[in-house]
Ligand binder design. Structure first.
Ligand code: C2E
Ligand code: MG
Ligand code: MG
Ligand code: MG
Length: 281
């Protein structure tokens, strides 16, 4: 339950249903002011290439530091923002910050490091292409270093209206990854129809490796299918060396998880990249 998550983690589900609804209303209200009050920030989690063992990119993960409630997890405030429509404004802010970070890393000499940004279904429908254009123009970031993560759920939710937006990203040189893959019932036909570049194997299929034979079979099936469709594969939620080694042996291209690092400040990632550069030169 919420209390088990620690003192700094707030849950809207604290105190039962009625209080929950009130708390949600309050949270939604507070979220409207969060951008201007500087309460939002991005944490970055490194994505490690399993061939070179080097950091190839980082996923931007939104954090909200509420002045009274402390850290509110994205799993709680993002669904709220999706319902109210606020996700469009927040999503633009995230894209702007992420693109500024791409530019900053490139200027610090960390060329080729991409940043992956999560977007929601509503944000895609409301014109993701224009949002990305704005962020690129404002930052001067290289579009090839931007990756957009779309969950399998939101991808299949409204395929017809998403396909144009996603195709536009491809034309701009932006890579598209399907997030939480394996949980959303997308068919192979969808994968072929959409101009996507990458699949991210959901943590659900990683967490019981290497012991679960079923999960090992699923992971291998996803990796083989992805490769035959010329997609790259990243495993999410890799926490142990054994999980990493099994996924690497199965041909998985990259991995992300607590084994390497929790989501951290951009400056931490910068330090990691500088260490890697120093080690090879
Ligand atoms: P996601 O995109 O699938 O991100 C991965 C989540 O797994 C992150 O949770 C990350 O902190 C967590 N994680 C990473 N490695 C490990 C691990 O080894 N073990 C475990 N147990 N967890 C791990 P987080 O940051 O709480 O984000 C949750 C979800 O919120 C994200 O899932 C994404 O769907 C959504 N989200 C986060 N930032 C944004 C954003 O800017 N926009 C939108 N639309 N959604 C976002
Ligand atoms: Mg993601
Ligand atoms: Mg994911
Ligand atoms: Mg997820």
């Amino acid at each position: 339950d919420a209390k088990g998550k620690g003192k700094n983690t707030y849950s809207v589900y604290d105190g039962g249903m009625e209080q929950g609804a009130l708390a949600q209303l309050r949270l939604d209200n507070d979220l409207r002011r969060a951008i201007e009050r500087n309460e939002l920030r991005l944490a970055y989690q490194p994505i490690v290439n399993l061939g070179s063992h080097r950091v190839e990119g980082a996923e931007a993960l939104l954090r909200w530091d509420h002045p009274e409630l402390g850290a509110v997890p994205p799993a709680e405030f993002i669904p709220l923002a999706e319902r109210s429509g606020l996700i469009v404004e927040i999503g633009q802010w995230v894209l702007n910050q992420a693109c500024l970070q791409i530019k900053a890393w490139a200027e610090a000499g960390h060329t080729g490091i991409f940043v992956a940004v999560n977007v929601s279904a509503r944000q895609i429908r409301r014109g993701l292409r224009a949002q990305v254009d704005t962020a690129l123009a404002l930052s001067g970031a290289d579009p090839r270093m931007l990756e957009i993560e779309i969950t399998e759920h939101s991808m299949v939710e409204d395929i017809a209206s998403n396909v144009d937006q996603i195709a536009a990203l491809g034309e701009m040189g932006i890579r598209v990854a399907v997030d939480d893959f394996g949980t959303g019932l997308s068919s192979l036909a969808y994968l072929k129809r959409l101009p996507i570049n990458k699949l991210k194997i959901d943590r659900a299929f990683v967490k019981d490796l290497p012991h679960s034979r079923d999960d090992a079979t699923i992971a291998l099936a996803i990796i083989s299918m992805a490769h035959s469709l010329e997609l790259t594969v990243v495993a999410e939620g890799v926490e142990t060396r054994e999980q990493q080694d099994m996924l690497a042996a199965q041909g998985c291209d990259a991995a992300q998880g607590y084994l390497y690092s929790k989501p951290v400040a951009a400056s931490e990632i910068g330090r990691l990249l500088a260490q890697e550069t120093a080690a090879v030169s």
